[in-house]
Design a binder for this molecule. Sequence first.
Ligand SMILES: Cc1cc2nc3c(=O)[nH]c(=O)nc-3n(C[C@H](O)[C@H](O)[C@H](O)COP(=O)(O)OP(=O)(O)OC[C@H]3O[C@@H](n4cnc5c(N)ncnc54)[C@H](O)[C@@H]3O)c2cc1C
Length: 206
Amino acid sequence: MQVKLMHHTPLDVCAHAIRTCWQSFDKSDEGGEKDKALIDRVGNKYKHASTLEHLVYTFYISGISRALLQELARHRMASLSVKSTRYTLKELKDSEPFNENDFESASKFIVLTNNEIVDSASIKALNNLQAILKKGISNDIAKYALPECYKTELTWTINARSLQNFLTLRSSKSALWEIRELAHKLYNALPSEHKYIFQDCISKES
Ligand SMILES: Cc1cc2nc3c(=O)[nH]c(=O)nc-3n(C[C@H](O)[C@H](O)[C@H](O)COP(=O)(O)OP(=O)(O)OC[C@H]3O[C@@H](n4cnc5c(N)ncnc54)[C@H](O)[C@@H]3O)c2cc1C
């Protein structure tokens, strides 16, 4: 799984939004320590969390399973543009069938679990799908045979308030292992000067 931060709002935009309420623009240090403390005080401690919605992050997330995608899509306060299996199954159709124990080659298309029984079953499912495609059946019909481990990628845009909610729920020990990994990678990909807004959301439990 890879996570790349493509774009983010500078902190001073959020501080400006907060200062709008008090018209205290002259107290800004343009995203410096005073503004950072203000964001933490108002957005986190005073729970005036709507101010955090002015901070928006766009990530490119790749190499995740469609099982994870299904969970990610439950987070309604975010925007997703996902690689479509309707338009991109040609890459599987054009490759060679996979040997049931050749996990490395198959990992181009599927997320592995390190459980040999499960991963071999996933390769069988991948080969089944490929055989269907090679018979000339259209993507729109063939995609119903996709295994949940099939890899996908997406552009994901989320504001800081919703990202706090996501990191709290999905870094927790009770979350699915793959989405926990994603939560940690998203946190790690954040600009260092933004991390303090989210540090209390990340579960340290393993
Ligand atoms: C450990 C775990 C297990 C789970 N198991 C299951 C499961 O078995 N089955 C299942 O279906 N889902 C399951 N989920 C998904 C879960 O129910 C949520 O859909 C998901 O975590 C998204 O959370 P959210 O609604 O807070 O996020 P978002 O959809 O991003 O919403 C953000 C926040 O906006 C507010 N909000 C959004 N929509 C509404 C609304 N309609 N009304 C009022 N407030 C709203 C809420 O405050 C919400 O927290 C699980 C989640 C976790 C973390």
